[in-house]
Ligand binder design. Structure first.
Ligand code: SAH
Length: 347
């Protein structure tokens, strides 16, 4: 299925125009096709003014990404886990997270499984099957919109925090972000899109160059020292804390933006005073917010979940050290839809 044909839903408006030109449909149809596909969620043959001959020609010449919602698992806290089936039968998961009013954030997957093998992450136990095409990432957003828009709700935010490491698979992530931002399409503002990475330094730099810091970057840090980080994040052996900090210092932050640093609280591993002091020292000079994530357990996990008091104590320590932070209390745990629990298993 990974054909060399252009990935219809992953093409920017400009690339779509070039493709339509190359296949004899004509670039003049690009705006109408892009708007039909991405804004109105229409199939090619329902796009007004295109005509059946052109629709068929586009369908023949391109790869049409699919992400159909195969199952949904609502949690008691309002989040909903979605299981997407891709065109080749592979499955990935996404999570709809209610925000203020009628808005929802959608957490999308970028890969089937993940190669990063972080010790505390259920997806990491799966290994990597393949990366998604950009259109398959966009198709997850479309599928979620089809689900919520009839009820008057809308997907206002997209976070690349589902299965996979988005910067291990950068071209698809970059192209999907470009498509999602396009004003003629889904039109999600850059600051409402977050790409979370475990720290693929060269691609963090590419991401900064491509988006000028306007798309939110989150770094899964999880430690204040290299020794601790290497215990839980295998990629830390390749990119150490000094390299990560250098990349973040070079990362442009327009307006009042701040970097997000994710920190999974693992009792007895990364929550002691020395670790937090090292973390505070490391953050000096960075405009950042540390997001504490209580470890979400999964079957066979080699760590235990912190109690709320432990998480609050870590927060208080950061407060005392002058490190801005927030706590991401788990949502969706009941359906294994919380951070790090996405492994295609639902209790
Ligand atoms: N690979 C990317 C995208 C995944 S985002 C990254 O690592 O950033 C998912 C977030 O949840 C990451 O911050 C990840 O470290 C965190 N996470 C993973 N497993 C977790 C678990 N069991 N409990 C809580 N958070 C977890």
């Amino acid at each position: 299925m990974t054909s060399a044909r252009p990935d219809l839903l992953g093409l920017s408006l400009a690339d779509l125009a070039a493709t339509l030109d190359a296949i004899g449909v004509g670039a003049t149809h690009a705006g109408r096709v892009f708007g039909g596909l991405h804004r109105r969620l229409l199939p090619l043959d329902a796009i007004e003014g295109l005509g059946p001959r052109h629709a068929a020609r586009i369908a023949d010449a391109t790869f049409a990404a699919e992400a159909t919602v195969e199952a949904t698992h609502p949690s008691d806290d309002g989040t909903e886990k979605l299981v997407f089936r891709l065109g080749d039968g592979a499955r990935v998961e996404g999570v709809l997270i209610p925000m203020r009013g009628d808005r929802l954030a959608l957490c999308v997957s970028s890969q089937v499984g993940c190669a990063m093998a972080c010790a505390f992450c259920a997806t990491g136990t799966l290994g990597l099957t393949r990366g998604l095409r950009a259109g398959e990432i966009v198709a997850q957003v479309h599928a979620a919109r089809r689900r919520v828009e009839p009820a008057g709700r809308r997907v206002s935010h997209v976070v690349f925090m589902g299965m996979g490491e988005p910067l291990h698979h950068y071209a698809a992530t970059r192209d999907a972000v470009r498509v999602l931002r396009e004003p003629r399409g889904v039109c999600i503002a850059a600051q409402r899109i977050t790409v979370s990475t475990v720290g693929v330094v060269p691609k963090m730099r590419a991401f900064a160059a491509d988006f000028g810091g306007r798309v939110q970057l989150a770094l899964s840090l999880h430690a204040g020292t290299d020794a601790t980080r290497r215990r839980i994040v295998p990629l830390a052996a390749t990119h150490d804390l000094a390299a990560l900090k250098a990349a973040l210092l070079d990362h442009p932050l327009p307006g009042r933006r701040a970097l997000m640093l994710e920190y999974v609280v693992l009792p007895g591993v990364n929550d002691d005073a020395a670790e937090l002091e090292a973390l505070a020292a490391w953050t000096r000079g960075l405009r950042c917010l540390v997001n504490l994530i209580p470890f979400n357990p999964f079957p066979g996990a080699p760590f235990r979940a912190p109690d709320d008091a432990t998480v609050r104590r870590v927060g208080a320590s950061l407060e005392a050290l002058g490190v801005p932070h927030s706590i991401r209390w788990p949502r969706g745990r009941r359906v294994a839809g919380a951070c790090g629990q996405l492994a295609l298993v639902t209790p």
